[in-house]
Design a protein around this ligand. Structure first.
Ligand SMILES: *Cc1c(COP(=O)(O)O)cnc(C)c1O
Length: 366
């Protein structure tokens, strides 16, 4: 028998979340962000649910080829644009739209020999200070692009640094509006947090939701998935493969970091950091055993995690070898453990956990 670990992708939840985004996106067209292999879910596994999107946005040219190979004829956007000049040939061949965030990319376009002018999204740096032209330099970049025969339509984009937090989007939005005033072209500005929290101010032609499609609350813990009415799209589950009865003073795991202060039962679950479960998930990290919420105790190992079985005993739910352990997502009985809560206990965000599920974990789609 294979190890009992499994990641399950929930197609109904992916569909539901896309519908939920549309409700907040007003009448904007929706890019389904499928970078990082659809946030670890697998592009091929989410494709069916996201066919109802207006386009797919990602970074990697090989991933763009995979979306075309699935038969998608609609828009595909490369969020970071091309990395070298010959990428433009693939853009022509696969009809990819691409971001332009720096002068070197304009140089590549100017030198590109093509019969088919390309659609580009000119990116403004509105304060994140990663990619994009500063507001002062935006207009001259637009003018340069607009003069190129290689360029067809120019759309305008920016990406917020603080749409999920108290700083909000006001300053960035003002900078963008000022720099793009009177320029023609479609606009795309909102990520998940902006779509959910600032939908009216960030209203534009295209929105770019990622995490919300995958059931993560972009502004957790201020708001959770239930607040935003989004559903978990990935469950990571396994089974108990061992049990121990501890006497007071007994310790658990490497480094003996957990010490029992009373007699207690613990279970050993077949999942560890080599599966992508975060090693930083400290004692207290929530986990479900047979649908009952309990906690991780002791250090996460490469292939195993130890869990407290006392909450099951107290609620009269039996636990045994083979009992279902839900690391995040949906338990069989319907109980839900939001990935955001697990991420927080491990000092990270749901995004990272989804993306980090290891190749050795088998994946099912339901
Ligand atoms: C990843 C990304 C998004 C989506 O962000 P979420 O927070 O997951 O919604 C939107 N726009 C750009 C440019 C991105 O790189």
């Amino acid at each position: 028998m294979p190890r009992p670990i499994l990641a399950t992708i929930h197609t109904d939840a992916l569909r539901h979340n896309l519908t939920r985004v549309r409700r907040s996106a007003l009448d904007a067209r929706v890019w389904a962000i499928v970078k990082a292999n659809a946030y670890g879910h697998g592009i091929e596994r989410v494709f069916d649910a996201f066919r109802a999107a207006d386009g797919f946005a990602l970074l990697d040219l090989a991933e763009a080829e995979r979306v075309r190979a699935l038969g998608w004829r609609g828009p595909i956007l490369l969020l970071e644009g091309v990395f070298e000049a010959r990428d433009l040939e693939l853009c022509s061949r696969l009809d990819l739209w691409h971001a332009v965030h720096c002068d070197a990319q304009i140089d590549m376009l100017a030198a590109h020999k093509t019969q088919v002018p390309q659609r580009v999204f000119l990116k403004m740096n509105s304060g994140m200070n990663r990619l994009g032209f500063t507001p002062e330099r935006f207009r001259s970049a637009w003018t340069r692009l607009n003069a190129l025969p290689q360029v067809d339509e120019i759309s305008l984009m920016t990406h917020f640094s603080d749409a999920d937090g108290p700083r909000g989007v006001a300053d960035a939005l003002t900078a963008f509006e000022h720099a793009t005033q009177d320029l023609p072209g479609e606009r795309s500005i909102a990520n998940s947090a902006a779509v959910l929290r600032h939908s009216t101010q960030t209203r534009a032609d295209w929105v770019r939701p990622g995490i919300v499609l995958y059931g993560g609350a972009p502004d957790f813990p201020e708001n959770d998935a239930a607040h935003w009415q989004i559903e978990p799209t990935m469950t990571l589950s396994t089974r108990l493969i061992g049990m121990q009865s501890l006497q007071p003073g007994a310790t658990v795991g490497y480094g003996s970091s957990f010490v029992a202060d009373a007699p207690m039962a613990i279970g050993v679950a077949a999942v560890g950091y080599a599966d992508g479960y975060p090693r930083h998930a400290a004692t207290g990290t929530p986990v479900l055993v047979n649908g009952v919420r309990t906690r991780v105790v002791g250090r996460v190992s490469m292939d195993m995690v130890t869990v407290d079985l006392e909450p099951l005993r107290k609620t009269g739910v039996p636990a045994d070898l083979g009992s279902e352990v839900t690391l995040w997502g949906r338990a069989s009985g319907g109980a839900v453990l939001p990935i955001d809560e697990v991420a927080r206990a491990a000092g990270t965000v749901g995004y990272e956990l989804m993306c980090a599920v290891a190749p050795r974990v088998p994946v099912a789609v339901d």
